[in-house]
Design a protein around this ligand. Structure first.
Ligand code: FES
Length: 153
């Protein structure tokens, strides 16, 4: 199912026929769809004439593309060097534990949170750092993760 078909159509018409436009097209679609579903990729293929295998190949090659639904809030856990040496792995475990994420699932069952591991968030002096949506939380300890995430529940 495509949630924002009108917007998808607008993006397609903006890029259709332009050489090298598949990646920006998929990025813009993902911006409001939040991920690239099979239905969305199939629809883009039908409308643009780009083979579905090519679209799927691009979507699975680049890590910026998401093929699974995303939670309402996105938690980016920094695994960059400064955060890594400040025990980012413990922070990640605390986040996953707080959200009861297991077995490789990155999104909570209620669809409220998605957890992503990212490289540097650009605020290394605050390490270890997470970002929830557009809000940066730094100098974290595992003990305060529950308090930080409570604001978003
Ligand atoms: S390494 Fe984590 S913010 Fe830079």
């Amino acid at each position: 199912m495509i949630k924002n078909k009108k917007e998808v159509d607008q993006v397609i018409s903006k890029f259709i026929g332009k050489k090298g436009s598949l990646i920006p097209l998929l990025q813009e679609v993902q911006n409001f769809e939040k991920y690239l579903s099979k239905d969305t990729m199939r629809y883009i293929s039908e409308k643009t004439g780009v083979h579905l295998a090519q679209i799927y190949g691009v979507a699975t090659f680049y890590t910026m593309f998401r093929l699974k639904p995303q939670g309402k809030h996105v938690i980016r856990v920094c695994k960059g060097t400064a955060c890594h040496v400040s025990d980012a792995n413990t922070i990640l475990k605390a986040v996953n534990s707080e959200l009861k994420l297991e077995n490789g699932n990155d999104t909570t069952k209620d669809g409220l949170f998605t957890v992503m591991e990212v490289a540097c968030l650009g605020c290394c002096s605050l390490a270890p750092v997470i970002m929830v949506d557009d809000n940066t939380h730094g100098k974290l300890t595992p003990e305060i993760i529950g308090e930080v995430l409570k604001k978003y529940k």
